[in-house]
Design a protein around this ligand. Structure first.
Ligand code: HEC
Length: 191
């Protein structure tokens, strides 16, 4: 397996809406495509989350939104991608079992987690991995203050109740600021 670290300036904080990303792909390299799809999903989820948290800082309406819409938004972004590409989120500890990692994801995420811990990698580093069928691009997600409302150690009882109701396999709490939360992965099928 070839592991290659690329630095890319793609902090998804710019609030890029999927619709604002140009849909033409013919002029892009594979790596540019991989990064673009990560930005599409990351930017869309993040800007929607931000909007929700601004409207209700308790996080209660935001978690209702995430519960109802996270999978739908992921499907909608994927519907905009060419057939040879897909994008998703996963983690070593998932909340929604639909986001569970495969063996390759686990292998790569363990390495990324280690590099984040010993500060040899940052959230801006993309890991490129070749599998038999596809090239995968992994972008780390780091726990920020806003994430703690729903993934931290002191989640409010109201939010905890929603999590308990909606996610029987919940395993994505008790994270601390700055820790490795998971990844956005894009895959470009070999053609
Ligand atoms: C308002 C509550 C809330 C906040 C704030 C929040 N999340 Fe989540 N997060 C959720 C819910 C609910 C899910 C499950 C979504 C689904 O059904 O796919 C989730 C899922 C995820 C997943 C997918 C893997 C899994 O566990 O299923 C990742 C990765 C993730 N969140 C990272 C973050 C990061 C990073 C932040 C901060 C930038 C953040 N979350 C902020 C509620 C939240």
């Amino acid at each position: 397996m070839k592991l290659q670290l690329l630095i890319a300036s793609l902090l998804c904080t710019a609030g890029i809406h999927a619709s604002q990303v140009h849909s033409s792909t013919h002029a892009l390299s594979e790596t540019q495509e991989g990064i673009k799809y990560i930005k599409m999903l990351g930017g869309t989820l993040k800007s929607q989350l931000k909007e929700q948290l601004q409207a209700d800082p308790s996080g209660l309406s935001a978690i209702g939104f995430c519960t109802a819409k996270a999978q739908l938004i992921t499907d909608e972004v994927n519907a905009q991608l060419p057939d040879h590409a897909k994008v998703r989120r996963t983690s070593l500890r998932t909340r929604n079992s639909m986001n569970k990692p495969d063996t390759k994801d686990v292998e790569i995420m363990k390495k990324i987690e280690e590099s984040i811990k010993n500060k040899t990698a940052t959230a801006m580093m993309i890991t490129k991995v070749n599998t038999k069928e596809a090239t995968r691009y992994y972008k780390p997600l780091i726990v920020e203050a806003a994430c703690l409302k729903c993934h931290g150690e002191n989640i409010s009882p109201e939010i905890q109740a929603v999590i308990k109701d909606s996610y029987p396999d919940e395993n994505a709490s008790d994270y601390t600021l700055g820790s490795f939360r998971g990844v956005i992965v894009s895959e470009i099928k070999k053609r």
